[in-house]
Design a protein around this ligand. Structure first.
Ligand code: ADP
Ligand code: ZN
Length: 748
């Protein structure tokens, strides 16, 4: 138990005369709520102030929170004083504090766990270290006193510092063309003195009036509507749809420009920001400078500088991953969520939240415009647009007269690949012809590694992860087997670990490495590039790959879902989907919707310039509605069908879901808690239903046994109060974790 645990008082107004003034302080820790601390004499503290407080003998950063009149008071004798108020950093805004509370309440997370995301660069709270440089000892004069020994080199140094300049040692030596010894000599002689360098502006302001590409008439109409929504300076959500290549990015960048003219900050969320080299180039083309970046691969120093620049309003446009939603914008005027349908916006660990949905909330709390962008919007967002909660804009044509690719299916039952191969003859022919024309082709398979399953031909043993309910995936290039769930890896064994026979292990099914192997046999002359997260680990590799493709140093691209998003490769005219049925297995609520979205995005990479594009889907069921929708190009009809299937059973978005995932290293414990939750499940409420408990499809993950329960309610019934009441009835032992997932995206 934590000592000093403070129950809060009912507000200072009700304190007895003479009592110590106190404030609630929220700490970035998963505690139940804020703790009370005494306000030291002579210190004025207001909600939002950043403070240092003691907890269990440690000094921690925290934020003065808002008084909760319902919180019980802690005894005055147990109050500890606030140790320090940080004067150098702007207080946390009202709207961000409300956002933290809102996300915590919606996701049933401890508010401190959410606050932690809003304080993710603690070093930014310390004053920035001043950097030292040199200035003239006698300001306004570069004439040395007569006594000092003067050389031409020394004179050049003094001249470089004329007009009150302050320069860092190396820069000064370089500017004057002297060695660092000369600079030191002048310092020793007292002719120059140490001085603080002026802070370098890290984030040059993007210029909204920088000449960017001229918009076409349809683009211009949508851009005007978006600009207007930003200029209103009020909350509102707009869905921006349009075919792939229609210029949605250029259009919403115009909304960013309007936001800058309004003197407010803009945030753009991208699902794979670390890989978005081309996106950044386009931003620079539109605004003349790079935006501030925020994602997990940003180094700690840049993180600190960015957090602070955002808090001080100096960084005006931030492009980031979902965690950028928790940055301390003092005046956020626009939030754009690009590829809003992407499941990458859902955070599955810690605080489980969907950044797309929380972006709408943050925009509302900031009186900001929100723009959701996608060629294949989620059914959730489409439904909101249909009911009029969101405004909708649509770009019907590709920019520059490019046509949409022609999509057709290859029936693998009619024209199967050769035994042990995965590319069927019609696709082989199409790739060969495309490359013969000097154009580029892409083979898409959403699976990393060589083969998803390895089995022994003698005894039938299958190689599985020791920690998860999952097969090990062979990565042949590295001679290793990997679990794609927990990261477990082991060398590929020379013989079957079960029966001991040598040379009996067989690879079953393809991954991109295996497609590469096949491509190398089929097209030995082709220059092939594999794009998967193993081979493209970060921004630099992604930028290099994109450049190689643009410069036509590559004939054939083989990739996983990282090739699906956003890329614009003008010479790419053929996209072949190796296994279009892959995402349909598993029976997930949104499996069909997601497959259509992913394959449509991949297809959208083809034929984005003058030469028309072709897309070939290899499938065992060309008659499946997903294939029909892609071939016919009628996604609207497909989504209407989806809606018609989900509506009667109150499945999202026509009802609400929340999952409880019970997990423990002890299977019996997980089982027991899951059963208790099942017994205490809400019953007899109209429009409320509980499914489970049942073993999760991933019955074991990272060594923990997992059970799932699913709460399903009508759309007009909020799940949070039901969940709170339900969870309060079962107290799991510390060895069991019960994770709450409101609006689940994954059902594994
Ligand atoms: P979407 O996001 O809708 O798929 P993009 O915004 O990526 O489409 O645009 C496709 C390509 O067309 C990009 O290379 C983009 O730079 C270019 N483009 C779009 N609109 C214009 C325009 N008005 N002027 C010049 N280039 C444009
Ligand atoms: Zn595993």
């Amino acid at each position: 138990m934590r000592q000093g645990r403070g129950k809060r008082n009912a507000g200072q107004a009700t304190l007895p005369v003479g009592a110590t003034p106190r404030v609630p302080v929220l700490l970035p820790l998963p505690l139940a709520g804020a703790y009370d601390y005494a306000v030291p004499r002579g210190t004025a503290l207001a909600p939002g102030d950043l403070v240092v407080v003691p907890l269990n003998g440690r000094a921690l950063y925290g934020v003065v929170w808002d008084n909760d009149p319902d919180a019980p008071a802690v005894a005055e004798s147990r109050l500890k004083p606030v140790a320090e108020k940080l004067g150098d950093v702007p207080p946390m805004t009202d709207s961000l504090r409300r956002f933290v509370d809102w996300v915590a309440a919606y996701t049933l997370s401890p508010p401190g766990a959410v606050l932690r995301m809003a304080m993710s660069a603690p070093s930014a709270l310390e004053p920035p270290a001043a950097k030292a440089g040199w200035a003239l000892a006698l300001p306004g004069s570069n004439q040395p006193p007569a006594a000092a020994r003067m050389t031409p080199e020394r004179a050049r140094v003094l001249a470089a510092l004329a007009d009150g300049a302050v320069l860092a040692g190396p820069a000064l030596a370089e500017r004057a063309g002297v060695s660092s010894g000369v600079v030191r000599g002048l310092a020793d002689a007292g002719l120059i003195r140490p001085a603080l360098l002026p802070p370098t502006p890290l984030f040059a302001p993007p210029d909204p009036d920088h000449p960017g590409p001229a918009l076409g008439p349809e683009q211009d109409a949508s851009a005007a509507a978006l600009r207007e929504s930003v200029a209103r300076r009020r909350f509102g959500v707009t869905l921006l749809t349009g075919v792939t290549g229609s210029g949605k990015t250029e259009v919403y960048l115009d909304a960013v420009a309007e936001c800058l003219r309004q003197d407010r900050q803009a945030l753009v969320l991208l699902p794979e920001i670390a890989l978005s080299a081309q996106w950044l180039d386009r931003f620079v083309a539109r605004f003349g400078v790079r935006p501030a970046l925020w994602h997990s691969e940003v180094g700690s120093r840049v993180r600190r500088d960015t957090w602070r620049a955002v808090a001080e309003g100096a960084a005006t446009v931030v492009v980031g991953a979902r965690s950028a939603l928790f940055l301390p914008f003092p005046d956020l005027g626009l939030v754009v969520v690009d590829e809003e349908h992407e499941t990458a916006f859902k955070q599955e660990d810690g605080v489980v939240y969907n950044a797309r949905d929380m972006a709408v909330v943050r925009a509302r709390l900031n009186e900001a415009a929100c723009v959701l962008v996608s060629a294949t919007p989620s059914l959730e967002t489409l439904t909101n647009a249909e009911t009029g909660r969101y405004a909708a804009l649509h770009l019907p044509r590709r920019h520059g007269g490019a046509t949409l690719p022609a999509v057709s299916a290859i029936d693998l039952r009619a024209t199967p690949p050769e035994r042990g191969r995965f590319i069927a003859p019609p696709l082989i022919a199409a790739v060969t012809e495309t490359m013969a024309r000097g154009e580029q082709a892409m083979l898409f398979l959403n699976r990393r590694g060589y083969a998803p399953l390895t089995l022994c031909r003698t005894c039938g043993h299958r190689l599985r992860c020791p920690n998860c309910t999952a097969w090990l995936v062979e990565h042949r290039a590295q001679r290793r087997l990997q679990c794609h769930h927990c990261g477990h890896a082991e060398p590929t064994p020379p013989e079957c670990p079960e029966c001991g026979h040598a040379n009996t292990l067989a690879a079953v099914g393809p991954g991109v490495e295996r497609v590469l192997e096949e491509a190398t046999i089929l097209w030995p002359e082709a220059r092939v590039l594999v794009m998967a997260s193993d081979s493209i680990p970060g921004p630099a590799a992604a930028a290099a790959a994109a450049r190689q493709i643009q410069d036509r140093e590559v004939d054939l691209i083989i990739g996983t879902q990282i090739v699906a998003k956003g890329w614009h490769f003008p010479h790419l005219t053929l996209v072949g989907v190796v296994d279009a049925d892959l995402g349909l297995a598993g029976g997930d609520l949104r499996a069909a919707e997601r497959t259509v979205q992913l394959l449509h995005q991949v297809a959208g990479r083809a034929g984005r310039a003058e030469a028309p594009g072709t897309v070939l889907l290899q499938t065992f069921s060309p008659e499946h509605p997903v294939m029909q929708a892609l071939v016919g190009g009628d996604l609207d009809a497909f989504m209407r069908e989806e809606a018609a299937m989900r509506r009667p059973g109150h499945w999202p978005p026509f009802g609400r879901l929340a999952a409880l995932i019970v997990s423990s290293e002890e299977e019996r414990e997980a089982e027991r808690v899951a059963r208790d939750l099942g017994l205490e499940a809400p019953r007899g409420i109209d429009g409320v239903e509980v499914l489970g408990p049942a073993p999760a499809p991933l019955a074991m993950l990272r060594g923990r046994h997992r059970r799932r329960l699913l709460l399903k309610t009508r759309r007009d019934i909020a799940v949070q109060p039901i969940l709170r009441e339900w969870l309060a009835k079962v107290e799991p032992p510390s060895s069991v974790r019960v994770q709450v997932d409101v609006d689940p995206v994954s059902f594994l």
